[in-house]
Design a protein around this ligand. Structure first.
Ligand SMILES: Nc1ncnc2c1ncn2[C@@H]1O[C@H](COP(=O)(O)OP(=O)(O)OP(=O)(O)O)[C@@H](O)[C@H]1O
Length: 358
């Protein structure tokens, strides 16, 4: 069976973007050589800590910031290079910001119709109502943004960005003003809407769960560079660096020594290693143990003391300590409610063992 791979839509080739520094003549390079590609219909996400340059990348893609080196192409058309910055309105790119940026004096339908000024007014308002319905907001067109909840306003903002049918939609921390439950739910719903429309989208966020809920491909950014561009599954189970391992998901590093097999010996036993991540036997390494690699088992002879616990709905995230002093994280179904200081049985069930050289 031949599966058609969609063509590349957005291509960032080694882009550098900066801002003038505080001292006259100085320059702060915020994006330092970033390369990534997004195919038609895919949803990408740039995930990284605050200040790493995520929004600056989006602003460069929109055409709000010039780039100092590299190239940005949309469907093979160069839209940004050191010599060219195609005007934002010529890029067919829609943007959704974190603060919704709705016009307070316009009704919700007028807000959505704002990007449809090429259409006759009546037609634009009709289309706006259609889009409001598509994002799950019926009968709110004649009301004003302040009469809606934060989540509803964010949907209006999405409808406004989607109504002109942009080829590429950029979303800058669009859920950060919403509470955690709504965030993930809305992220999932927006994913469905984007997929139903075949829209290519790039989201930026510092929230990994938001990234997991919406994106096909996730790029982890640090200090203006992309350190891994991958699926959520691979970022979690096959992190390419310690930074990604620590930033994505819960886990700890425990010391180990590689053994023939290939395997790695840690305090809790010997774990098989994939051939690809194996160097020489006898090498001292750090082994990543995820919270879901450590399973609570009342019958296990291996005991660990509960140091802290955090309720997460279906699960507790426990920090536990072995007799050796080594701390581990474990995700335990929340009906196993143990007190801090109590000893509980644990065992290791690690599928994808990842090691890092010391
Ligand atoms: N207009 C500007 N002028 C000067 N410096 C700027 C400007 N915009 C952003 N910066 C600086 O660039 C760096 C990256 O900012 P950017 O907003 O791209 O990061 P971010 O990863 O999106 O952060 P956050 O998640 O906090 O929004 C920061 O140090 C910021 O202070």
């Amino acid at each position: 069976m031949i599966i058609d791979t969609p063509p590349i839509h957005l291509n960032l080739k080694d882009i550098h973007v900066g801002y003038p520094g505080e001292k006259s003549g100085s320059w702060n390079e915020v994006v330092q050589g970033l390369t990534m590609q997004l195919r038609h219909g895919r949803i990408g996400c740039l995930l990284g800590p605050s200040g790493c340059g995520k929004s600056t990348v989006l602003r460069a893609i929109c055409g709000f910031e010039p780039i100092q080196a590299g190239e940005i192409t949309l469907d093979k058309q160069v839209v940004s290079s050191p010599d060219t910055t195609l005007a934002p309105e010529k890029r067919r790119v829609g943007v959704v910001f974190q603060d919704y940026a709705l016009f307070p004096h316009l009704t919700n339908a007028q807000n959505v119709a704002f990007g449809l000024r090429d259409l006759p007014k009546k037609e634009a308002l009709l289309k706006a109502e259609e889009w409001l319905e598509r994002v799950g907001l019926k009968n709110v067109g004649s009301r004003y943004p302040h009469e809606l909840s934060g989540g509803q306003q964010q949907r209006v903002a999405l409808a406004r960005a989607m109504a002109p049918e942009p080829e590429l939609l950029l979303l800058d921390e669009p859920f950060s003003n919403l509470d955690v439950d709504l965030r993930e739910r809305l992220a999932g719903e927006i994913r469905d809407i984007l997929k139903a429309n075949g829209t290519t989208a790039l989201l930026v966020t510092h929230d990994q769960f938001e990234a997991f809920a919406i994106a096909d491909d996730i790029g982890v950014m640090v200090d203006g560079r992309l350190v891994q561009w991958d699926s959520a599954y691979n970022l979690y189970h096959r992190p390419a660096s310690r930074f990604v391992a620590s930033f994505v998901g819960y886990g700890v590093f425990v010391p180990g020594v590689t053994r023939p097999g290939p395997a790695v010996e840690i305090e809790l036993g010997t774990l098989p290693l994939p051939q690809s991540s194996y160097g020489l036997p006898g090498e001292e390494v750090d082994v990543l143990l995820r919270a879901d690699d450590i399973v609570h088992d009342d019958d296990s002879p291996l005991q660990a003391e509960v140091l802290t616990k955090a309720f997460r709905g279906g699960d507790f995230l426990y920090t536990v300590k072995l007799d050796s002093g080594q701390e581990l994280l474990t995700m335990v179904p929340s009906h196993h409610d143990h007190a801090i200081g109590e000893k509980i049985g644990i065992k290791i069930v690690a599928d994808h063992v990842v090691t890092f050289s010391k």
